[in-house]
Design a protein around this ligand. Structure first.
Ligand SMILES: NC(=O)c1ccc[n+]([C@@H]2O[C@H](COP(=O)([O-])OP(=O)(O)OC[C@H]3O[C@@H](n4cnc5c(N)ncnc54)[C@H](OP(=O)(O)O)[C@@H]3O)[C@@H](O)[C@H]2O)c1
Length: 353
């Protein structure tokens, strides 16, 4: 697609993921100066929400929903949606409807949970509220860009951050049929996983120097992961997931364990994962345990593969706000516009933070 006149809109303005979209797009050669829509502070200075982006955003102000509506009617647009679930579906529906009235069809990547499932009843069961635009559920495709060889329609939903780490770990095993389809997953996330609004669980005095589990075997990402793996491999796995809060701001460390069908060497397991991700520039397969600091601040996922011959443990690290949200969304946008998957997403980690 011709990107000369393309405008980019980020929804979810002052949120953490929207801030990361803005920061990453500042380094992107095509989608570089987005309008950022804020519900709560339209037309206020972006730097007030994101002081760390001062050098980039300068005098930029948040857009309003009315500004975005005008934009989608006038120009070809890419919309990156980073509003909360339950809100995102309605905002996207409004913009798509307005655009259609003007004969435009924006590309959309939704980073919320609203278009990850196809079934409005299941959505209501999991999220405890009716879906905001059920008629659009079938128009969206949800997958990791690494797991869908064919570029879909222009309406895409990105899996959640814990889900991203689980999907990257499990997909090669399930696809090759080398392990049982029952997976035990332990994930630790940093505090930015809960977004900007402070809560008891994210308050610094409680959270620092501590690790604790929550929603054991009852996290919302488990049904999402089962659904997406069933779509991409044809096998519906069982996922037993225990999430944890970690004493750091960014990053996810995920350990996935499963029993092997047949004994397998470490070299053979490594070969399975290397083959699965050989063409994927944002995924590195390592013969040893990966470390969070090597990926925090980047769009890279590092996977460590381990086996005792009878069972496997896959340890995966990502930045929840980037590979698990904003960066994954831009990776999809690159695909939708025929660009290299990692365009604008190749900054390495800081390392020593
Ligand atoms: N945090 C993560 O690691 C992560 C990872 C993967 C996916 N996600 C998903 O990405 C989305 C954004 O996450 P986040 O962590 O950036 O959340 P957040 O920090 O809470 O930001 C969400 C933003 O959405 C905007 N918003 C618009 N309408 C709203 C409404 N009715 N109620 C509340 N906020 C509203 C608000 O900004 P304005 O008022 O300025 O518009 C708010 O700051 C969520 O759907 C989340 O599930 C997050």
């Amino acid at each position: 697609m011709n990107t000369d006149k393309l405008k980019t809109i980020v929804i979810g303005g002052s949120g953490y993921v929207a801030g990361e979209c803005l920061r990453l797009l500042g380094q992107h050669p095509i989608f570089h100066s987005p309008s950022v829509v804020s519900e709560s502070r339209p037309h206020s200075a972006v730097v007030e929400a994101f002081p760390h982006l001062r050098a980039q955003v300068r005098t930029q102000r948040f857009a309003s929903l009315e500004d975005a509506t005008r934009l989608v009617r006038e120009s070809p647009t890419l919309i990156l949606a980073a509003a909360p679930h339950g809100v995102s579906a309605g905002l996207i529906d409004t913009l798509l409807t307005q655009a259609a009235h003007a004969g435009m069809s924006p590309a959309v990547v939704d980073l919320s949970a609203d278009y990850r499932l196809r079934d409005a009843t299941l959505y209501e069961q999991i999220y405890g509220q009716a879906h905001g635009a059920p008629a659009r559920l079938n128009q969206f495709v949800c997958a990791l860009p690494e797991h869908l060889p064919k570029t879909p329609t222009a309406l895409v939903s990105h899996p959640g951050c814990f889900a991203t780490a689980m999907l990257l770990s499990i997909w090669p095993l399930l696809r090759q049929g080398i392990s049982a389809s029952e997976f035990y997953c332990t994930g630790i996330t940093g505090s930015t996983g809960s977004g900007r609004q402070p809560t008891e669980g994210t308050h610094h005095p409680l959270r620092h120097s501590d690790v604790y589990s929550y929603k054991a075997l009852a996290h919302r990402h488990s049904p999402e992961v089962m659904h997406l793996l069933a779509l991409s491999t044809g096998i519906t796995p069982r996922i037993h997931f225990v999430p944890h809060s970690g004493p750091f701001a960014r990053g996810i460390h995920m350990t996935v364990q499963a029993r092997l069908h047949e004994p397998l060497t470490h070299a053979a397991l490594l070969a399975v994962f290397n083959a699965a991700y050989a063409e994927q520039p944002c995924v590195a397969v390592l013969p040893h345990a990966p470390r969070l600091k090597d990926v925090v601040g980047t769009n890279y996922a590092h996977l460590g593969v381990h086996t005792d011959g009878h069972s496997v443990a896959i340890t995966t690290v990502i930045d929840n706000l980037i590979k698990g949200a904003a960066g994954g969304g831009i990776q999809w946008a690159n695909r939708l516009f025929g660009l290299a998957p990692d365009l604008g997403l190749t900054s390495p980690a800081l390392g020593y933070t």
